[in-house]
Design a protein around this ligand. Structure first.
Ligand code: NAP
Length: 233
C-alpha cells in the first residue's frame, strides 16, 4: 500500500517498534519517533517535529500519557492511545480533546478478538445477573515488564460486566511471568457448573494492526472515541 500519510510514534518500545514495522502496510510513513531519550520532559513535542504529521500513536508509559496528549492536541494532531494505566486522567484527557477539537481513539486493547470478548463478557454477566448461585472472577497474566496491574483490559472487562447489571462481587487477580503477551479470562461458578471465557493473545501483532486501523479511521475526525466504535459502528 502507498505510504500516503505521516505517522508519529510516541513510545518506541516493544509496541512502538512493531507499529513502525507494520505502518507501511497500513498506508503510513513514520515521520517521527519519540522515546525516553528525546521526549523525557515532552521536549520532542514541537511544531517543527510534528509538521505534516497526520496522526500520532502513543504506546509509552502511564505517567507520560496526559502530558503527551496535552501537547500533541495543542498542535492540532489527532491521536491513538494504546498505553494503559492512566485512567485517573481520563476525564482530563477527554476535556483536552474537546477543547482542542482534535480526534482521539483510545482502547486498553486493540485486538479485534478482545473487543468481541468485551461484548461476550457483558452478555454473560447480563444473563447471570439475577442468578445468585453464581459467583464471578476475572483474571489476567502478562509478561514481567508490564508496568500496570490489573491490566487495562481486565479493568474494562469488569466494567462491562458491572455495566451489564452484574451487581455481586467479581474477584480480580493478576500474574506477571515470562514473556506472555496477554491472557484474559472471566468466569462464573456455581455448585452445579462453571463457565469460563478466555482470550489468549499469540503475539503483539494484533494490537499493532488494530492501533494502525484506528489511526486510519481517526484521520480527519474529531472527538473522543473508543476502538469499539471503529470496529462495530
Ligand atoms: N492497547 C493495547 O492494545 C496494548 C497492547 C500492548 C501494550 N499496551 C500498553 O502499551 C504501553 C507500552 O507497551 P510496550 O510493551 O511497548 O512497553 P515498553 O516496551 O516498555 O515501551 C514503552 C516505551 O515508552 C518509552 N517512554 C518512556 N517515557 C516516554 C515519553 N515521555 N515519551 C515517549 N516514550 C516514552 C519507554 O522508555 P522507558 O522504558 O525507558 O521508560 C519505553 O521505551 C503499556 O502501557 C502497555 O500496557 C497496550
Amino acid at each position: 500500500m502507498a505510504e500516503g500519510r505521516k505517522l508519529a510514534i510516541v513510545g518506541y518500545g516493544k509496541m512502538g517498534k512493531l507499529i513502525e514495522q507494520l505502518a507501511p502496510e497500513h498506508g503510513f510513513a513514520v515521520a517521527l519517533k519519540l522515546d525516553e531519550f528525546n521526549n523525557q520532559d515532552y521536549e520532542g513535542i514541537t511544531t517543527e517535529n510534528f509538521r505534516g504529521v497526520d496522526v500520532a500513536i502513543d504506546f509509552s508509559i502511564p505517567g507520560a500519557v496526559a502530558g503527551n496528549v496535552e501537547r500533541i492536541a495543542a498542535l492540532g494532531v489527532n491521536l491513538v492511545i494504546g498505553t494503559t494505566g492512566w485512567l485517573e486522567h481520563l476525564e482530563h484527557v477527554r476535556r483536552v480533546v474537546e477543547e482542542r477539537a482534535i480526534g482521539l481513539v483510545w482502547s486498553p486493547n486493540y485486538s479485534i478478538g478482545v473487543n468481541v470478548f468485551f461484548r461476550l463478557a457483558a452478555e454473560a454477566a447480563r444473563l447471570l445477573a439475577d442468578e445468585a448461585s453464581y459467583g464471578a472472577w476475572a483474571y489476567e497474566i502478562h509478561h514481567t515488564t508490564k508496568k500496570d496491574a490489573p491490566s487495562g483490559t481486565l479493568l474494562k472487562l469488569v466494567e462491562e460486566m458491572k455495566r451489564a447489571g452484574y451487581g455481586r462481587p467479581i474477584d480480580v487477580s493478576s500474574n506477571r511471568a515470562g514473556a506472555h503477551p496477554g491472557t484474559h479470562e472471566i468466569g462464573f461458578d456455581s455448585a452445579a457448573d462453571t463457565i469460563t471465557l478466555r482470550h489468549t493473545a499469540r503475539s503483539r501483532e494484533g494490537f499493532a494492526r488494530g492501533a494502525l486501523k484506528a489511526a486510519q479511521w481517526v484521520v480527519g475526525k474529531k472527538g473522543f472515541h473508543e476502538f469499539t466504535e471503529v470496529l462495530f459502528s
